[in-house]
Each structure stands twice: as C-alpha cells, then as structure tokens.
Design a protein around this ligand. Sequence first.
Ligand code: ATP
Ligand code: MG
Length: 207
Amino acid sequence: MEDTLQPIRRIGIMGGTFDPIHMAHLAIAEQVREAFALDLVLFIPAANPPHKQGRKVAPAYHRLMMTQLATYSNSCFHVSKQELERTGPSYSLLTVREVQEKYGADAELYFITGSDTINELHTWYHIEELLDSCHFVGTTRPGAPVDKEDLVKRFGRLAEEKIHFLAVPELEISSTDIRQRVRCGKSIKYVVPAAVEAYIRKEGLYQ
Ligand code: ATP
Ligand code: MG
C-alpha cells in the first residue's frame, strides 16, 4: 500500500519565557494553529532570554515542566527543549534555523506572538534575516496596539509579506501579573491550567 503519511509542512513556533505559561499563551497558539492551518505548534521555552536580562527568571526545568503540563492534552502541541539545551542567549534566528533543518526546507514556519512582541521586533537579533526565514503572526494583546505603517517603514516589503495579524479574544493575562498574584497570596485559578497551578504551589514558585 502506498504510504499516505503527509509530511509536516506548516509549523507554529510559540516562543516565550513561560514564567509561568498561562491561558493566553495556550489560547493564542490554538487560535493561530486553526487560522493558519498549522500541522503542529512547538512550544519553545527560552533559556536565557535576551530581552529579560536583569530580572530573575525561574529555573529552566520548572518552566519546561509547566510548559509540558500545560500542553500535554493538545495533540498538536509539542514542547521543544532546543533553546534550553543550547548555550548562550536564546536567539530566535538560531531556533528557527534548527526547526527548519529538522522539518526540511519545504516546511513553512510561523512564529506566534502577541502584539507587544511585534512592536519590539526591531530590537531582535538579525531581524531581517529572521523575517526572511519565517512568518510572524501577531495576535491582539490588550494595551499593545500595532502601528502597521511603522512596521512597513522599518522593514518594507518584508513587513507586508511576512508579518500577519490575527484578532483573537483578548485576555488581560501576563506572567508578571501571575507571579505577583502568587507572591501576594491571590488566586491564579483559571488563568493558568490547574496542573500548572498545582505545580507552582507544590514547588513553592514565585513566593
Ligand atoms: P512576562 O509578563 O514575564 O513578560 P508574558 O505574559 O508576556 O510574560 P512571555 O513568555 O513574555 O509571556 O510571552 C511569550 C509570547 O506570548 C509573546 O509573544 C507574548 O507577546 C505572547 N503573549 C503573552 N501573553 C499574551 C496575551 N495575554 N495576549 C496575547 N499574547 C500574549
Ligand atoms: Mg512578555
């Protein structure tokens, strides 16, 4: 019988510090997966985030465990340890190249982000090369409107061809707020998956 297995062609990359992973991360990944007909979404926790130097980030193994717990029930969601296993800063360009190598030159890569990240893209390492290598999808995030004209001014044709936008039900959730809530003894139910909440409590994170 002929082999009917289809190659994986459309891959989402959901990068983040995931300190901790929360419902908005999961919701935007699922919305983009559906809207862009992605075959799978790779959740890739950042090791040594170039944008967050200066703030103490929870140990990588806790962030990895929480990411695994949060994504386990979605068969299209996978977790990649590639940035945690690499030494040096978590440059997305290297990550995208590794994913392309793994899934082959035909695979189309979609970097999934919130609109705050789209507004910061110009600060990213070798951004033009990165925009050449993958698509970006900016999902709406409360308080972070995107100036599309500014993007075109900065990146020209690359902005028009490679940066896409998706309106999603906006969730005013951030890891910063969750960490603060835990520190103040407030509830984090329904803003993180139950298993992540249990993990945070058991390991005494963010106290
Ligand atoms: P922190 O407060 O520590 O910065 P965060 O909630 O912003 O955490 P990150 O790990 O920094 O989470 O974000 C990973 C990706 O998820 C980024 O592209 C970010 O824009 C996106 N994202 C995070 N929260 C939301 C949200 N509520 N709505 C849309 N996108 C989001
Ligand atoms: Mg953030």
